[in-house]
Design a protein around this ligand. Structure first.
Ligand code: PLP
Length: 368
C-alpha cells in the first residue's frame, strides 16, 4: 500500500543534510528547527500560531483540553464522526470527554452537518471536523448552522491529519475552525521520519493554553499554573525533515491526485470514488462498492493489495463498549452501510508505472 523508502530516496540528499545539521547542532529538543518549521507551517495554513507536539493524537487531545480550559468547563461532549479511525475518540478518552457520533455524507464520507447539529446539547464543548481522506468538511457552513441553532459558542476543532494542503475556497485547512490538529506520521501527505504533530490556531488565548498544556502546564520553567498539562514534543530532527519536505507538499499532493484520477478512469462507473469536494487533496484513494469483499479478493488474485480505512466504527469498538458515548438522533445509517463498502486502493507518491498499470488493468477487468 506504500513504500516510504522511495520518498526518502527521492529527497535523500536534502533530508540527510537537514537531519545531520540538526544532530550536529547539539540541540535536539525545543530548538530552532521546530521554531522555524512551525513558523513556515503556520504561514502555509494561514494561521498565526503553530505549536509543535509529538504526534497527531496528542495534538487532538491537547487542542480539546485547551478548548475545555478556555471556553466551557461545563460542556463535556465532543461531536465527531465514528468512521475516522478512532483518534478523536482516543483523545476524548484521555481527557474525560464524551464522544457523540454524528453520521456522514454518502459521497464524501465526511461529517454530515445536519446530523452534527441535531446532536448538539447543553453539554456540547466542541465539534471535531475530520477532513477525512483529504476531503474538506464545509466548516463555514458548519459555523453558520451552529450560530443559527444558538450554539455559536461551540468550538470547531479541525482534524487535518489527512488533509495537508487542502482548502475551502481560498482558505487552507487549519485556518477554518477555532483550532486544528495535524499529524506528520510518515504516511501522511506531509510526513516525518518518525512521529510528529502540530496544533495550529489564530486564537492567541488558545495558543497560550496549548503551549502550557504540552509542557507540564508550566507558565515558566518549573512553575505550573495549569492543571492537566503533560509532555508532548516534536524532536528537532523531525522538524528539520518536515521543513525540507514542506515546499514539496504541493508536488506530492499533485502526484497523489494524478494517480487517483488514473484509477478512477480505469474503474469507470463500476466503482464510486469517495469525493472530498472542491479544495480537497488526495490522501487515500477510497472507493465504495456493494461487493467490496469480492472486489478485494479479485484484486488479491491479481497481486494488488488493498486496505479498509476503517473497518470498525468507533461506537462499535469492543474496548469502548462500556464507556460513555452518544449517537446523534437519527442514528448513523450512512456510516453503518459505508463501513461494509469502502476499500482503499494503493495511491502514494513514488508508485511505479508498473504498479499503476497493474492496478489499472485489474480495475478495467473488474469493470467488464
Ligand atoms: C484522521 C486522523 N486523525 C488523527 C491521527 C493521529 O495521528 P498520529 O498517528 O500522529 O497520532 C491520524 C493518523 O494516524 C488520522 O488519520
Amino acid at each position: 500500500m506504500n513504500d516510504l523508502k522511495r520518498l526518502y530516496t527521492a529527497y535523500q540528499a536534502d533530508i540527510e543534510t537537514a537531519a545531520l545539521a540538526a544532530m550536529r547542532s547539539g540541540w535536539w529538543l525545543n530548538g530552532g528547527c521546530a521554531k522555524s518549521f512551525c513558523a513556515s507551517f503556520a504561514r502555509a495554513c494561514g494561521a498565526s500560531e503553530c505549536i509543535p507536539v509529538a504526534n497527531g493524537t496528542d495534538a487532538l487531545e491537547i487542542a480539546l483540553r485547551a478548548v475545555a480550559t478556555a471556553r466551557s468547563p461545563a460542556g463535556r461532549e465532543v461531536i465527531t464522526v465514528a468512521n475516522a479511525g478512532g483518534y478523536t475518540t482516543v483523545a476524548c478518552r484521555q481527557s474525560q470527554l464524551v464522544p457523540v457520533y454524528a453520521d456522514v455524507e454518502e459521497r464524501s464520507q465526511l461529517l454530515a452537518i445536519e446530523s452534527a447539529v441535531a446532536a448538539l446539547s447543553d453539554q456540547t464543548l466542541a465539534i471535531v471536523a475530520t477532513h477525512l481522506y483529504g476531503g474538506v468538511v464545509d466548516v463555514p457552513v458548519l459555523r453558520r448552522m451552529l450560530r443559527e441553532a444558538g450554539y455559536g459558542h461551540v468550538a470547531i476543532v479541525e482534524d487535518c491529519a489527512q488533509a495537508h494542503g487542502a482548502r475551502s475556497g481560498d482558505a487552507p485547512v487549519g485556518s477554518l475552525g477555532d483550532i486544528a490538529a495535524f499529524s506528520f506520521y510518515p504516511t501522511k501527505n506531509l510526513g516525518a521520519m518518525g512521529d510528529a504533530g502540530a496544533i495550529v490556531t489564530s486564537d492567541a488565548v488558545l495558543a497560550d493554553i496549548v503551549r502550557k498544556l504540552r509542557q507540564y502546564g508550566w507558565s515558566a520553567k518549573y512553575h505550573v499554573d495549569l492543571g492537566g498539562g503533560r509532555n508532548s514534543r516534536m524532536d528537532e530532527v523531525q522538524a528539520a525533515i518536515l521543513q525540507t519536505m514542506l515546499p514539496r507538499l504541493g508536488a506530492l499532493n499533485a502526484e497523489r491526485a494524478r494517480i487517483r484520477s488514473r484509477l478512477s478512469e480505469a474503474a469507470g462507473d463500476s466503482l464510486e470514488f469517495v469525493d472530498g469536494g472542491p479544495g480537497a487533496v488526495v490522501h487515500l484513494a477510497v472507493v465504495r462498492s456493494p461487493t467490496r469483499d469480492a472486489l478485494r479478493r479479485f484484486l488479491v488474485e491479481r497481486g494488488v493489495e488493498s486496505e479498509i480505512h476503517y473497518p470498525v466504527l468507533d461506537c462499535d469498538q469492543l474496548g469502548w463498549e462500556h464507556l460513555p458515548m452518544r449517537i446523534a438522533p437519527g442514528g448513523l445509517p450512512i456510516a453503518r452501510r459505508s463501513v461494509g463498502e469502502i476499500l482503499t486502493l494503493p495511491c502514494f507518491p513514488g508508485m511505479t508505472k508498473h504498479e499503476l498499470t497493474a492496478l489499472c488493468t485489474a480495475l478495467e477487468e473488474w469493470r467488464q
